[in-house]
Design a protein around this ligand. Structure first.
Ligand SMILES: [Zn+2]
Length: 464
């Protein structure tokens, strides 16, 4: 048997999402069986809504882009994909690999991010970070794969995608090299997501880089989520108010449509109109329809396998601005699902401007709200907010359902890190979360798993 002497050890470097929630970008340096070095980049995400986010997105990468051999993407969210065009703009020419649905959604995410950047640049006279062609070039460089296909990077270095149950086509990625198995969580989905398969077992892992967005809390259960959604729907309909649901275009919207379909049609039997007022969410829903075989619906309601759970008679998709404006003419009660999810822009702002002062209306928060966003202010109980320079007194009710979160909570992540049939990883790096959440989760894991837990600093390099 050939004994391989590695002169240098494997290294993991964190170039984002360390001690913060966004900008996922991890550089793994490994050696093949001939001792040649390979540099793999796992995700290449944008910094969003955090301090100096714009400045950091504009900075050149700290590593030499041309020395990267391959890029692997866990899932389409912009905080995991948003800097791919910059990577190409700065000279990367190697392969980018992700799952088939992830590629379709990534195209939407990058096109959307480009439009937002273009608009901001026009307003601020700032130069663009990359060109439209760079977005095209990302899509052209992408190779899409299925879960469980073994990808050989070099002799003795293989990569595999596994279902993370976070959004359609999302993955955690395992890398086998130098006799070790390293797992990168990407984002790990919640338990009992109605339309996705459960997160796959991590099986065994020596090293894990794990997200910890909700590592410090425990979500409500699935039953409670439906009950509370039903309660808010009934309340808004009774009060003849407007239920505004700021939604993330990918996954949350489709889960919500699925649940609304169930509750409104089959339980409440009402024809209150629902508006899907987000071009991005409308296009993403189209991708969900296309990749139906990747979805999993509740067995108990699968009597009609051809049923489209994302379309129902009282749902109206308002793609254009003119269509969107017609929502104002429809009398309440009505339900509006619109972006952006953190209320930091998009069509939801117009609806908030109109209805936030109405005590019969409600804002239902169903996702993570970043520091400094309007969503966070409302979530924390602000009585007064400013929208487009206008002062608005908040009279509408503000409610939140955490179980719609696309992220696993403390219990889910702990179980995932140490499945019943697996071993405890030697070392776990916690990324992708507020520092406070990570510290709470780290203390919990040390107690539960008795293993080494590291909260890496941004740009730190770790030998493993
Ligand atoms: Zn995500």
């Amino acid at each position: 048997m050939k004994v391989i002497q590695h002169f240098e050890r494997m290294k993991i470097a964190f170039h984002g999402a360390a001690r913060e929630v966004t900008g996922s970008c991890i550089l793994l340096t490994v050696h093949d069986t001939d001792n040649a070095q390979h540099r793999l980049l796992i995700d290449c995400g944008m910094f969003q809504g955090e301090r100096f986010a714009d400045e950091r997105n504009a900075e050149p990468f700290v590593f030499d882009v041309e020395t990267i051999d391959a890029v692997f993407v866990t899932h389409p969210h912009a905080d995991h994909t948003g800097r791919l065009p910059s990577l190409l703009h700065q000279g990367y020419r190697g392969p980018i690999t992700m799952t088939h649905p992830c590629l379709s959604l990534t195209r939407l995410v990058l096109e959307d991010a480009y439009h937002i950047m273009e608009e901001n640049a026009r307003r601020s006279q700032e130069p663009l970070l990359y060109q439209k062609e760079d977005v095209e070039s990302v899509v052209n460089h992408c190779t899409s794969v299925n879960y469980h296909e073994s990808i050989t990077v070099a002799p003795g270095v293989t990569v595999m995608f596994h279902d993370a149950g976070h959004v359609l086509g999302s993955a955690f990625i395992s890398v086998e090299a130098e006799g070790k198995r390293i797992v990168f969580s990407g984002d790990i989905g919640n338990d009992d997501v109605p339309i996705l398969a459960d997160t796959e077992s991590i099986s065994t892992a020596d090293i894990v880089v794990c997200e910890s967005t909700y590592g410090d809390r425990v979500h409500e259960g699935k039953g409670e989520r439906s009950e509370r959604l039903k309660e808010y729907l009934v309340g808004t309909i009774r009060e003849k108010g407007v239920l505004m649901i700021p939604s993330f275009s990918i996954e949350r919207t489709q889960e919500l449509l699925y649940e609304l379909n169930q509750i409104l049609l089959h339980e409440l039997k009402t024809d209150v109109p629902i508006f899907l007022d987000s071009p991005m969410a409308i296009k993403a829903t189209e991708v969900y329809r296309h990749f139906k075989e990747y979805l999993q619906f509740d067995e108990s309601i699968l009597s009609d396998p051809d049923r489209d759970f994302f379309s129902f008679p009282n749902l109206r998709e308002t793609l254009t601005v003119d269509e969107s404006k017609t929502i104002n003419d429809i009398p309440a009660p009505k339900i509006i699902i619109a972006g952006s999810g953190m209320m930091s822009g998009g069509r939801i702002m117009h609806h908030l401007l109109r209805y936030l002062g109405d005590r019969n209306s409600m804002v239902l928060i169903i996702g993570y709200q970043g520091h400094g966003t309007l969503g966070r202010k409302l979530y924390e109980g602000a009585n007064e907010v400013f929208i487009y320079g206008q002062r608005i007194s908040v009279r509408a009710q503000i409610k939140a359902i955490g179980a719609f979160s696309a992220h696993g909570d403390m219990n889910k992540l702990t179980r995932w890190l140490h499945p019943e049939d697996g071993k405890i990883p030697q070392k776990i790096f916690l990324v992708h979360g507020d520092l406070e959440a990570k510290e709470i989760f780290a203390a919990h894991l040390r107690e539960e798993l008795h293993t080494e837990i590291v909260i890496p600093e941004v740009y730190s390099v770790h030998e493993v």
